[in-house]
Design a protein around this ligand. Sequence first.
Ligand SMILES: C[S@@+](CC[C@H](N)C(=O)[O-])C[C@H]1O[C@@H](n2cnc3c(N)ncnc32)[C@H](O)[C@@H]1O
Ligand SMILES: [Zn+2]
Length: 307
Amino acid sequence: MFIGIPCTLSFTDNSYQLPVHQSLADTQSLFICPICGKFLEADQAGKTFSCLNHHSFDKAKEGYLNLLPVQHKHSKEPGDSKAMLTARREFLESGFYEPMAKAVAMIINTTHENIQTIRLLDLGCGEGYYSRKIIEFCNNPNTISLHGIDIAKFAIAAAAKKQSEAQFIVASSIRLPYPTGYFDFILRIFAPSDDNELKRVLNSAGYLLTVTPGPRHLRQLKSFIYNEVKDHSLENLVPHDFEQLTTQRISYKITPDANQRIALLQMTPFAWRANENTQLALSSVLELEIEVDFILTLSVKKRDSTS
Ligand SMILES: C[S@@+](CC[C@H](N)C(=O)[O-])C[C@H]1O[C@@H](n2cnc3c(N)ncnc32)[C@H](O)[C@@H]1O
Ligand SMILES: [Zn+2]
């Protein structure tokens, strides 16, 4: 797992634009062929999606669409491993990050008070924990058309199983299978993205909300791995051609039990540095308070930026 991929891809092909006759309101789910960039149309049963060039994609039994062709994969199973995903599921479902999920939902509420419906993309959604929490905590969940993408097929299958009303797609954030200006809101929680693609698929009145680790995030967990624990350095959270509107820091302490501590370790990038002794030490302490620290940054596209 990595955050912020250097990428030079850009999608300027006009075939990615919504056709003139098609307004955003009348297109519920519109996908772009990952091979040729033409629109994908669903068959009558809504099970097979194909483009004018006869590239076709079938919905899996769990209800998701795989729009990551093998030629765009850089490994057999890209994205987080099953072990990481399982650990994340176990930890998140225990509710430790729920305060952050509530804060995310509050921001969605305030940015869309007077808007009838919004298209929202959960980028790098994993098993869809935050997608489900948004629907649980937002004021008007039935006005949200929810989409989630992740490069890990196993994660998307699990997300789709749990939330059939959302549209989950296996795809890469560096090549998003949506038309230009499709989304009103993009949520990026601890997930990689590509600046050009964010700019392309967000409409001019849309919002980008990024959640990243704050300086003290998981400090006590890190102390089991590193001799000297340094504060997490703050990244530049605002993509190229975006400007920051607000930033909010949410910090609190959690006290996970031994199994939950191990799950937390396994869902982080520190896991590969932790040997058996570290894991044993982490699970043996009677009680451990761990600080969690999140930075929520809301930004919009700069007015003078093109597209
Ligand atoms: C740290 S996890 C965050 C998952 C979820 N947003 C959360 O906070 O629980 C990062 C996710 O990004 C996915 N990912 C990694 N590279 C990706 C890419 N190029 N495109 C889309 N997803 C990617 C991983 O499979 C993983 O599910
Ligand atoms: Zn095609």
